[in-house]
Design a protein around this ligand. Structure first.
Ligand code: F6R
Length: 612
């Protein structure tokens, strides 16, 4: 969704800002804009469409020739339309009528109509249909010509809704103010220059020393200094965090797409997530004992693929820990009245750590007294900061909108958690525990082997690239993998697909199977193999073409008689989803590639869903 960047320093602000918003392109946007402070005025350029359009206009404008040796300030934005259609005028930054104040905004101002009405009474004119324009107008109307910071503080105290802001004032060309409420904003500390962004991807190539603004905080940058305040004007002491991502960068490193690069990074992401947490062949997760003590129910709450991780883990969670485990969509959970109390552990899974529904579910769980644990990829994100405990997935920066390596790292954390809790509650013998830990350590190698099937999956995608409808069927843990496979397929291909519990087909959906319908059947769970095989026969009897992703050991004794077979090594059942997902990701990727889709930025999608 929308992206904010800001720059203050003696370098080339324009170059930084344009490069930085390009790094946020993956989040999805429909227009972009930039404003810098120079010659005592705000210089502005906004364009509908791709950043390349903005770049071209900036390149031919004299306004954007940056002076050397002086402090340069600037802000830029990628907009994903909410209030008002994508257009030049609705794009950010929004500049006040006097031309003094420029604002970029992520989030939604809920009382903007009310504020607009009162500003109109004072003869303020509005050009756009956005909620954001009231912010620049309000700051300007409250600005006494001297105290920029006070005008911003007075304004944010009048705003309702969610807002991350970066603000310029032409009277102070060496100053930027950044504000955060319910929408992420991060400060990066560089070498005599500082950065602001809604996502670290914007500046991670410049610095890994960051500081996240917490709720209702203001960062006030002047020259190379920065001070932090709350909304009442009290100065705050904030710490710098160093993000220690070993893998992932904001460049494609020779791959055609970030998605393929990230698919290939999965063994490393799993290793980085698991290895530091296994000490003397034991899973060691700090401060978790207290959290899991006296827990009698577990809720796993998340959205999209992160929810599928919960769905896949549920089977082993319940079986191996003996604790009732309920998996719920955050958007449903937050508006129900789930039976949770202080004996409930709520696990929130989120790559970004900023998903609005997951964050709301976390807050609701805390309000009801539950213990909360977050599994998050982005260090210091809102969900990570607010949960009682956090386990980070060390997948590194994930750029492609469709998650792959974060999904795999999340699964790895779930396996560790299952083993950790089952050993704490005495449900697993030492020998079996040790066996599992051994398997866990070899998981990256198995995933690597799966990735070596790349060409085979490409050939399959080529053969079936004209299909316009795909069914994914499986039982138990394989049904969970079906859901992830189907989501990956539809988000990348823009085609219909459906994940179905194989046993449910007969209860209605089988009416959709006809000659040539493509069915991807997953049969990795040995115990359910024959059951799903019967369902394969049923769809074949109605003309379906079947690709089977099947347990290798079983394949040695059974002739599947299907159109294609992808063998899955016989690892413990708990870990099967980590292997099954690889051909599913690759199939979705190649299918989309062969159909010329926008792989890294599928239409209508955003990487971090910060609105509900
Ligand atoms: C699908 C995908 C999304 C996310 C979902 C939750 O490929 O990436 O379904 O999984 O939007 O996002 P996070 O994990 O950031 O909370």
């Amino acid at each position: 969704m929308c992206g904010i960047v800001g720059y203050i320093g003696k370098g080339n602000s324009v170059e930084f800002l344009l490069n930085a918003i390009e790094k946020l392109e993956y989040r999805g946007y429909d227009s972009s804009g930039i404003a810098i402070c120079g010659d005592d005025k705000i210089k502005l350029m906004k364009k509908k469409g791709r950043i390349s359009v903005l770049r071209k206009s900036v390149a031919v404008s004299k306004d954007f020739d940056v002076k050397k040796g002086v402090v340069n300030t600037g802000i830029a934005h990628t907009r994903w339309a909410t209030h008002g259609k994508p257009s030049d005028v609705n794009a950010h930054p929004h500049v006040s009528q006097s031309g003094k104040i420029a604002v970029v905004h992520n989030g939604i101002i809920e009382n903007y109509l009310e504020l607009k009405k009162s500003l109109r009474r004072r003869k303020v004119k509005f050009l756009s249909q956005t909620d954001t324009e009231v912010i620049s107008a309000l700051i300007d109307s409250l600005y006494d010509g001297k105290d920029f910071l006070k005008a911003v503080r007075d304004t944010v105290n009048l705003l309702e809704g969610s807002f991350a802001l970066a603000i310029l004032c032409s009277d102070f060309p060496d100053t930027i103010i950044a504000v955060k409420k319910d929408s992420p904003l991060i400060i990066g500390f560089g070498d005599e220059e500082n950065y602001i962004a809604s996502d670290v991807a914007a500046f991670v190539d410049k610095t890994k020393d960051i500081c996240r603004l917490e709720e209702c905080e203001i960062a006030y940058f002047k020259g190379d200094k920065v001070k932090f305040y709350d909304f009442n004007g009290k100065e705050l002491d904030k710490k710098v965090t160093h993000i220690d991502w070993k893998i992932g960068s904001s460049t494609k490193e020779g791959f055609e797409h970030f998605m393929m690069k990230e698919i290939m990074e999965q063994p490393e992401a799993i290793k980085e997530t698991i290895a530091p947490r296994i000490v003397d062949n034991k899973i060691s997760i700090k401060n978790l004992d207290e959290l899991v003590e006296s827990v009698n129910k577990i809720y796993i709450v998340a959205c999209g693929s992160s929810y599928h991780v919960g769905a896949a883990a549920k089977y082993s969670f319940e079986k191996m820990t003996g604790i009732t485990t309920i998996v719920d969509l955050a958007s449903e959970f937050r508006y129900r009245i789930p039976a949770i109390d202080e004996k409930t552990l709520v696990i929130i899974i989120s790559q970004s750590g900023e998903t609005a529904d997951s964050l709301a579910a976390l807050r609701e769980s805390k309000r009801r007294g539950a213990k909360t644990l977050a599994i998050v990829n982005v260090v210091g994100s809102s969900i990570a900061s607010e949960a009682d405990h956090v386990i980070y997935t060390w997948a590194g920066l994930e750029i492609a909108v469709a998650t792959t390596k974060a999904y795999s790292a999340q699964l790895a954390v779930m396996y560790m958690l299952i083993l950790y809790i089952s050993s704490r509650v005495g449900k697993i013998s030492d020998d079996i525990y040790r066996e599992y830990v051994k398997h866990l350590l070899s998981l990256p190698d198995f995933v690597q082997k799966m990735l070596e099937m790349k060409e085979k999956i490409y050939d399959m995608a080529k053969k079936y690239k004209d299909k316009d409808n795909v069914f994914f069927i499986g039982r138990g843990v394989d049904y969970a993998s079906c859901r992830e496979g189907s989501l990956k397929f539809k988000e990348l291909s823009y085609l219909h697909s459906e994940a179905y519990a194989a046993g449910e087909l007969k209860h209605g959906t089988i009416s959709l199977i006809e000659q040539g319908t493509l069915v991807i059947a997953i049969l990795t769970d040995k115990k359910l193999f024959e059951k799903t095989l019967s369902n394969i026969r049923e769809v074949q009897a109605r003309g379906a073409t079947v690709i089977a992703i099947a347990n290798e050991e079983k394949l040695n004794s059974v002739d599947l008689e299907v159109d294609e077979v992808v063998p899955i090594p016989n690892v413990p059942k708990m870990m099967l989803p980590s292997l099954t997902v690889i051909p599913l990701q690759l199939f979705a990727y190649y299918f989309a590639l062969l159909n010329d889709r926008d792989i890294d930025k599928p239409r209508n999608l955003a990487k971090s869903v910060t609105v509900e």
